[in-house]
Design a protein around this ligand. Structure first.
Ligand SMILES: Cc1ncc(COP(=O)(O)O)c(C=O)c1O
Length: 438
C-alpha cells in the first residue's frame, strides 16, 4: 500500500514521511512514536472542501471531528484550512478554546452533556450545540434562559440506518444510544418542543450513522432520509429548518484490502441525493455540514515501534514484541482492527516472513496478527500505517506506560506537538491519604 501521503522509501532504504527519515525520527524522539504528516492532513481538508463546495450550490461547512485526534496543533491546522470543529467533551472544547479556535465554528456534541459542558458551550458561545435527547433539550433551554442567551442548536437524529466498520462504531441504527429516532416519532416531538422554547434557536438537524464506512450508499440513503424529515417538519410545524449536518464516517485504508470511496465519490453521492430529495419535496436547500474525523487524519499518521523480542514457538508461530501495545493502540482489541505494517529501516526489502506482532502489556495484547515482514531482527523499526485517527486520542496509561510523543512532520522539519509522558506525569495526580504517608 506504500506510499500514503508524502511517504517514500529513500536511498538508504528507510521510510521517509514529510521529508523526514523515520530512522532519524526514532533516534531523536524515541519509540513508540506517533508521526503525523502535515501535508497529508491539509490535502484531505482541501479535498473535502473542494469536493463539496464545487458541487453544492448553497453554503457548505466542513467540521473536523476532533475525537479522531485533537491537540493544539491540530486545532490550528483545521482552523487554517477553514474547517469548523466538532468537539464532544469539555476537554475537547477547552483544547479548542486554548488554541484560539473561533468558537462560532465549533459544534458541541455528546449524548450526555454534563451541566459543566453545557455551561462552557454557552459561555464560550460555540456556534452550535447538537442536542441529543429530550432531557438535554430542557436542561439546555433552562441554562440558556439563565444566561439570557439564545443558543443555536441542531437536533441529533437517529435515521435508522445501519453502517460502519464494527458494531461498536455503528451509531445510526434504531437500537443506538445516539440521537432521536425519526421512525418512532420522538424526533418530530422533540423538534416541536424545541420550536416552543424561546431561548433555543433550532437551526436544523444532525445525524452520524457510523464510522469506517466503505460504501457510499449508506450516506446517500441518509441524505434522503434526513431531507425527507426536514420536509415532514415543515408539513407538521411550518418551520423550514436551514441546516443539515450529515456527520462523518467515511472509511480509510488500513490494509490493501480496504477500498474506501474517495472524498469526491462521497461528495458526489450525498450532493446528488440531497439535490434530488430537495427537488422532490420542493424544499429549499439547507446549509450542508459534514464532520469527517478518521478520513482527515487517519492515513496521515504512522506509528513507529522498536522490535525488542522475537520468539519462535516451534510449529505454532513467531511472536515479535514491540515497545508499545494496547495502551497506544487499543483498536485491535476493541474492533479486531487490522493494519499494514513493515520494517521502516528496511522498507525496500521483500516481506517474506509471517509473524504475529504483540505489545509488551501484561496480557495477550496481539497488535498485528499474521502479518508479513522482511525477516525481523531485534532493534528493527516497525512502521504501522494509518494510525492518525483514534490512536493517540484513545491511548491510555495501562500498566503505567507513558503515552508516546506525537511529532508533526513537513518538508524535512519535525517538531513535537505532544510531548512523551514522563514518570513524573504518571505520578502527577496520585495522592497518598494521611494514614499511608509514613
Ligand atoms: C457525531 C460524530 N460526528 C463525526 C464523527 C467522526 O466520524 P469519523 O471519524 O468516522 O469520520 C463521529 C465519530 O464517532 C461522531 O460521533
Amino acid at each position: 500500500m506504500l506510499p500514503l501521503g508524502t511517504q517514500r522509501v529513500n536511498e538508504k532504504g528507510h521510510l521517509e514521511i514529510g521529508g523526514c527519515d523515520t530512522v532519524e525520527l526514532a533516534e531523536k524522539f524515541g519509540t513508540p512514536l506517533y508521526v503525523l504528516d502535515e501535508r497529508a492532513v491539509r490535502e484531505r481538508c482541501r479535498e473535502y472542501r473542494g469536493a463539496l463546495e464545487t458541487r453544492y450550490p448553497r453554503k457548505v461547512k466542513v467540521y473536523y471531528a476532533g475525537k479522531a485526534f485533537l491537540t493544539l496543533a491540530m486545532c490550528r491546522l483545521a482552523a487554517q484550512e477553514g474547517l469548523g470543529l466538532d468537539v464532544t467533551s469539555a476537554g475537547e472544547l477547552h483544547t479548542a478554546l486554548q488554541a484560539d479556535f473561533p468558537p462560532e465554528d465549533i459544534a458541541l456534541h455528546g449524548n450526555f452533556k454534563s451541566e459543566e459542558e453545557m455551561r462552557l458551550g454557552i459561555e464560550s458561545r460555540v456556534g452550535r450545540i447538537v442536542v441529543d435527547s429530550r432531557i438535554e433539550l430542557e436542561q439546555l433551554a433552562a441554562l440558556a434562559a439563565e444566561y439570557r442567551r439564545t443558543v443555536p442548536v441542531l437536533l441529533r437524529l437517529n435515521p435508522g440506518i445501519k453502517a460502519g466498520g464494527h458494531e461498536f462504531i455503528e451509531t445510526g441504527h434504531i437500537d443506538s444510544k445516539f440521537g432521536l429516532s425519526i421512525s418512532t416519532g420522538q424526533a418530530l416531538q422533540t423538534v416541536q418542543r424545541a420550536l416552543e422554547l424561546p431561548h433555543l434557536d433550532l437551526r436544523g438537524v444532525h445525524c452520524h450513522i457510523g464510522s469506517q464506512i466503505l460504501a457510499t450508499e449508506p450516506f446517500g440513503r441518509t441524505a434522503e432520509v434526513v431531507m425527507e424529515f426536514l420536509a415532514e417538519i415543515r408539513r407538521e410545524t411550518e418551520a423550514v429548518l436551514t441546516e443539515l449536518n450529515l456527520g462523518g464516517g467515511l472509511g480509510i485504508r488500513y490494509t490493501p484490502a480496504d477500498d474506501p470511496p474517495s472524498v469526491e465519490e462521497y461528495a458526489e453521492v450525498i450532493v446528488t441525493r440531497l439535490l434530488r430529495a430537495a427537488e422532490r419535496h420542493n424544499f429549499p436547500l439547507p446549509t450542508l455540514m459534514v464532520e469527517p474525523g478518521r478520513s482527515i487524519v487517519g492515513e496521515a499518521g504512522i506509528t513507529l515501534y522498536t522490535i525488542g523480542v522475537i520468539k519462535e514457538v516451534p510449529g505454532v508461530r513467531t511472536y515479535v514484541a514491540v515497545d508499545g501495545g494496547m495502551s497506544d493502540n487499543p483498536r485491535p482489541a476493541l474492533y479486531k482492527a487490522r493494519y499494514e505494517v513493515f520494517l521502516a529501516n528496511r522498507a525496500a526489502e521483500e516481506p517474506t516472513q509471517v509473524v504475529t506482532v504483540s505489545g509488551k502489556h501484561c496480557e495477550t495484547d496481539t497488535l498485528f496478527e499474521e502479518v508479513v515482514l522482511a525477516p525481523p531482527q531485534v532493534g528493527d523499526l516497525l512502521a504501522v500505517q494509518s494510525t492518525g485517527a483514534y490512536h493517540y486520542s484513545m491511548a491510555s496509561n495501562y500498566n503505567r506506560f507513558c503515552r508516546p510523543a506525537v511529532v508533526l512532520v513537513r518538508e524535512g522539519q519535525a517538531e513535537v506537538i505532544v510531548e512523551r509522558e514522563t514518570w513524573e506525569d504518571l505520578l502527577a495526580h496520585d495522592a497518598l491519604p494521611t494514614w499511608l504517608r509514613d
